[in-house]
Design a protein around this ligand. Structure first.
Ligand code: HEM
Length: 406
């Protein structure tokens, strides 16, 4: 396991002198809503920069971010300091190379585009409709808490094949895992994540046994009944944990970000209402402009040049997908929400390289279907109030108040 290199105060000062824009960046510039132009300034001056507020390197240029995430870049996720592993354990997202591929392989089939459509298209529409049936008469709501979050949690339950009693517990597991990914010196979040992992493991092992006895359409069932998949039950459970984690806040954010952008743009929403074929690209454009996962991290395993900057061994280096997705060299007029943008799908919201999101096809189907159902079922939907999208690792408006004709 790689140990992150210690940077001496002298080296830190030298880097700050060489990268003055990075040195002046505050953590709030990467976290708070409405401060994205600080990242734009950084990308323009120093697309690979030393950012003391992050304690590492930050990549904001699109080609440089792709290079960082590409398999031959000389970086790893297997570092002692990787908080995702502390929280969720060893699994595909915290492993590299052949071992990563072995752990991911049994899940590649069930998450292919066609399989995802066959297994989940009806369930996605049914979950969205069930929530909208309840919401319709109210005439208004905070869309995150009332629709996007419960939709994401219920769909996760469907994907994992959890029994209905277990679905409400997913929220608690999610919060325990997310809490341990922010290290502030307090050991309590880690203790809660360890306890949540034990509890979730027991549920998932039970599910695997149940699916062997009575197969269903869940991913758990597909993998449990594939006798030749090369992972133990413990390893399968470890992958199911990250599948559970990966599909909750991201989907909630994707729904909220897409609806926020559409509702703020009367022409775009009218065009999508008129021609539903525009919706998939509108979703891609939302993922580009406000990526739900705004930051992706790696560590160097060898001296590595990213763009024009040489990095030593054991250096912490993150890519801002938020900044890379707004690189004007790849996306002209990058701040415009252009639902017809031809290369919107080139965004890095699902990452790039070997850790490219396993659930990308499912996510696309969940987002287009759920947003489409909201537009169909809530007539004259309008924005009442929204806070600016914010968040360092996960990004969305903290709240999204909407109203419609009941
Ligand atoms: C809009 C929704 C989503 C976004 C923006 C998103 C984003 C991402 C990103 C950026 C990564 C890579 C992180 C890295 O390179 O270090 C990733 C990996 C992953 N995602 Fe997603 N995700 C979404 C939905 C989902 C869903 C619905 C699932 C499953 C149900 C899922 C499961 C995973 C898994 C298992 C990985 C690890 C893949 C690997 O390491 O090989 N994601 N996702």
């Amino acid at each position: 396991m790689l140990q992150q290199a210690e940077i001496t105060p002298a080296e830190d000062s030298a880097r700050q002198e060489r990268f003055p824009v990075g040195a002046s960046l505050e953590f709030a510039d990467m976290e708070e809503g409405g401060r994205e132009e600080a990242l734009d300034r950084l990308r323009e001056a120093e697309p690979v920069s030393w950012v003391p507020a992050l304690g590492g390197w930050l990549v904001t240029g699109y080609p440089e971010a792709r290079q960082l995430l590409s398999p031959r870049c000389g970086t790893t996720v297997e570092a002692e300091e990787n908080l995702v592993r502390h929280s969720l354990g060893r699994m595909m997202l915290t492993s590299d190379g052949a071992d990563h591929d072995r752990q991911r392989a049994p899940f590649d089939g069930p998450f292919r585009m066609r399989e995802v459509g066959d297994l989940f298209a009806d369930a996605i529409a049914a979950e969205a409709d069930a929530l909208l049936d309840e919401l319709g008469p109210a005439g208004g709501c905070e869309l995150g808490a009332s629709f996007a979050a419960p939709f994401a949690v219920r769909m996760t339950g469907r994907v994992l094949g959890l029994s209905l009693d277990d679905v409400p517990r997913i929220d608690g597991f999610y919060s325990a895992f997310a809490g341990a990914m922010v290290y502030d010196g307090n050991p309590e979040p880690q203790r809660l994540a360890d306890a949540a992992r034990e509890e979730l493991n027991a549920i998932l092992h039970g599910d695997i046994a149940r699916c062997r006895h009575a197969p269903d359409t869940s991913v758990t069932s597909q993998v449990a009944n594939d006798s030749d998949h090369g992972v133990s039950d413990d390893e399968a459970v470890a992958q199911l944990r990250v599948i559970m984690f990966g599909g909750i806040e991201t989907i909630q954010s994707g729904i909220m970000n897409t609806l926020l952008l559409l509702l703020r743009d009367p022409e775009a929403i009218a065009a999508v209402r008129d021609d539903r074929d525009l919706l998939p690209n509108a979703v891609e454009e939302s993922l580009r402009l406000i990526p739900p996962v705004a930051f992706v991290e790696r560590w160097t395993v060898a001296p590595t040049a990213i763009g024009e900057v040489e990095l030593g061994i054991g250096e912490f280096v993150g890519a801002s997908t938020l900044a890379a997705n707004r690189d004007p060299a790849v996306f002209p007029d990058p701040l415009a929400y252009d639902i017809r943008r031809e290369n919107a799908r080139r965004h890095l919201a699902f990452s790039f390289g070997e850790h490219f999101c396993l659930g990308a096809h499912l996510a696309r189907l969940e987002l287009t279907t759920s947003v489409g159902r909201v537009l169909d079922r809530l007539p004259e939907l309008r924005l009442v109030a929204a806070e600016e999208p914010a968040g360092f690792a996960f990004r969305r408006p903290p709240s999204l108040e909407v109203a419609w004709s009941p």
